[in-house]
Design a protein around this ligand. Sequence first.
Ligand SMILES: [Zn+2]
Length: 278
Amino acid sequence: MPEKKARNIGAILCPNCGKLINANSKYCIHCGLKYPGKQNVFIKLMTMFNKRLSYTKMIIYFCSGLYILSIIIDPSALSGSGSIFNLLSPSIYALDRLGMTGQYALLQGRFWTLVTAIYLHGGLLHILFNMLWIRQLGPMVEELFGLSRLILIFTISGVLGFLISGTLNEAYTIGASGSIFGLMGALIFYGRDRGGFFGQAIFKQLIGYAILLFAFGFLFSGINNWAHAGGFIGGYLTAKLLGYSERRPETLIHKNVASISLIITVLCFILAIWNGFF
Ligand SMILES: [Zn+2]
């Protein structure tokens, strides 16, 4: 057998439709994707996330790291006073430098804060509470929608929540709550659309969570209820637009757009740090 042909024998999963194909084929016999054996950098990124990293864990580590950084930047947070809700609260000064959002930032044209603020938190209870919700809901959405759509639902709903609250006069705002409401919105869409015993169970459980959390937002001052509502709508609509794994398997488009959204997130942080420190 000529050496050339022996190089790349075997079957792979098509990066678009996920079906088994020959690694050397010029196009996928199932979905028609050209050169399915040649994987672009975006697909490699998604595969790395799938195999070696958990996106949910990465969000939790990233938020925790930024929280610690926001205290280091202005250690006056350590001598904080008053109620338990202000325990270890980073200063407005520190949060602003790392990419806090709100009407003031948007009016200055700092649109990258719509992304960066998702990962910033204003106190120990704030971050603890949000990370517990992400740990609970992230793997559920990943299981039912796949990794790429989890990334898109989380990011788009967070941005939409801040865009709506920033337009409707919220001065300063930060936190992953909009994205958390987005994850709930996506799961509620799933439950409604899928139906059946499992769909109904998901729907009932998530409606319960959403009502509880939304009501909780009105019990305390300083909670950005517009970001919660906007995030919920964003998550619901993104889920509706992109579909879920059972009905519509993850495609190459999902993977590419999710990778672009990760790259945009990194770029937003570079802009925020550049703007805040230089
Ligand atoms: Zn295919």
